[in-house]
Design a protein around this ligand. Structure first.
Ligand code: ADP
Ligand code: MG
Length: 252
C-alpha cells in the first residue's frame, strides 16, 4: 500500500477546472516533485490534499484511510503537513517560541509542556538552526526562515511534508543548503525507519527544475489541471509532451 493514493481528484472554480481527474501515488519515504506552468493547478492540488479546500469529486487515501472529506486540522492529525509559498512566522517572537506554538498545538495525547519544548528543540536541530533558537524570527535570513517554516511543519509529526516553492526568493547558496536539508531529512527517515510503518515522504512544488530534479525520486507534471506525465526525473525530462508544454527545447 502506498502512503498517499489519489484517484480522480477534480476541483472547479466556476468555469475553470483547476484540477482535472488527477490520479497518482506517493510511496513511503518517497520524494515527489510537482511541476507545471503557472496556473496549472499545483497549489490547488496540494490544498486539496491538505483539506484546505474541498474537491468536487475524487478520492484521497492516506495510510489506507479515506481523508477526502476531513477538515484541514484533521488532515494534519493524520500526518500531512504543508508549508506555503509565503512564510508566516510570528516575527517578534523568538524562533524557539515559533516552533513551540506548533509542537504544543499538535501535541500527542498525554504530551506535557516539557515534552513539547523538547520536541520544538529537536525539530530545530533537525533543520539545522538550534543556534538561532533565541533570536526573534524577524532577524533570520530568508533561507533560515524557510528552515523555521519546515521546523514548524515537522513539529506536527508528519509522514507527508508538502513544500510549495521552497526555493522561491533564495539565492544559489541558500538553495544548495535547503536541498541538502531535504536530502538529509529523507536519509534520516530511511535510517530511522527502514521497514516500519513510519518515515517521511515529501511533495515539493518548484519551478527551479535543475535543483528539484536532484532531490526527487519522481515528478508529476501538471498542465491545465491534468497530469501530463508522472515518472522519474529522467523519464519526465525526455517526455515530448512535457518538453512542448513546459520545459522547452533548451531543456532544464
Ligand atoms: P499553480 O499553483 O499551478 O500556479 P493554481 O492552483 O494556483 O496554479 O491555479 C490553478 C487555476 O485555478 C488558475 O487558473 C487559477 O486562476 C485558478 N484558481 C486557483 N484558486 C482559485 C480560487 N480560489 N478562485 C478562483 N480560481 C482559482
Ligand atoms: Mg502555485
Amino acid at each position: 500500500m502506498n502512503l498517499l493514493e489519489v484517484k480522480g481528484l477534480t476541483k472547479r472554480f466556476g468555469g475553470i477546472v483547476a484540477v482535472n481527474s488527477a490520479s497518482f501515488d506517493v510511496g513511503k519515504n518517497e520524494v515527489v516533485g510537482l511541476i507545471g506552468p503557472n496556473g496549472a493547478g499545483k497549489s490547488t492540488l496540494v490544498q486539496l490534499l491538505m483539506g484546505i479546500i474541498k474537491s468536487d469529486s475524487g478520492e484521497v487515501r492516506f495510510n489506507g484511510k479515506d481523508i477526502t472529506r476531513l477538515k484541514a486540522w484533521q488532515v494534519v492529525r493524520q500526518g500531512v503537513a504543508g508549508t506555503f509559498q509565503c512564510t508566516k512566522p510570528f516575527l517578534r517572537l523568538p524562533v524557539f517560541a515559533n516552533v513551540l506554538v506548533a509542537s504544543s498545538a499538535w501535541k500527542k495525547p498525554g504530551q506535557n509542556g516539557e515534552a513539547s519544548m523538547g520536541k520544538a528543540m529537536s525539530v530545530l536541530k533537525k533543520v539545522g538552526i538550534p543556534h538561532l533558537a533565541k533570536l526573534p524570527a524577524s532577524q533570520l535570513s530568508h533561507g533560515d526562515l524557510k528552515r523555521l517554516e519546515i521546523a514548524r511543519s515537522l513539529a506536527t509529526d508528519p509522514r507527508l511534508l508538502i513544500l510549495d516553492e521552497p526555493f522561491g526568493g533564495l539565492n544559489y547558496n541558500e538553495i544548495e543548503l535547503l536541498s541538502d536539508l531535504v536530502k538529509k531529512l529523507r536519509k534520516q527517515s530511511e535510517e530511522d525507519h527502514p521497514t516500519e510503518n513510519s518515515g517521511l515522504s515529501m511533495i515539493i512544488i518548484e519551478h527551479k527544475l535543475s535543483e528539484l530534479m536532484k532531490i526527487v525520486d519522481k515528478v508529476i507534471v501538471l498542465n491545465y489541471g491534468e497530469i501530463l506525465a508522472f515518472g522519474t526525473p529522467e523519464e519526465v525530462t525526455k517526455n515530448e509532451a512535457v518538453i512542448n508544454a513546459y520545459i522547452g527545447e533548451e531543456g532544464i
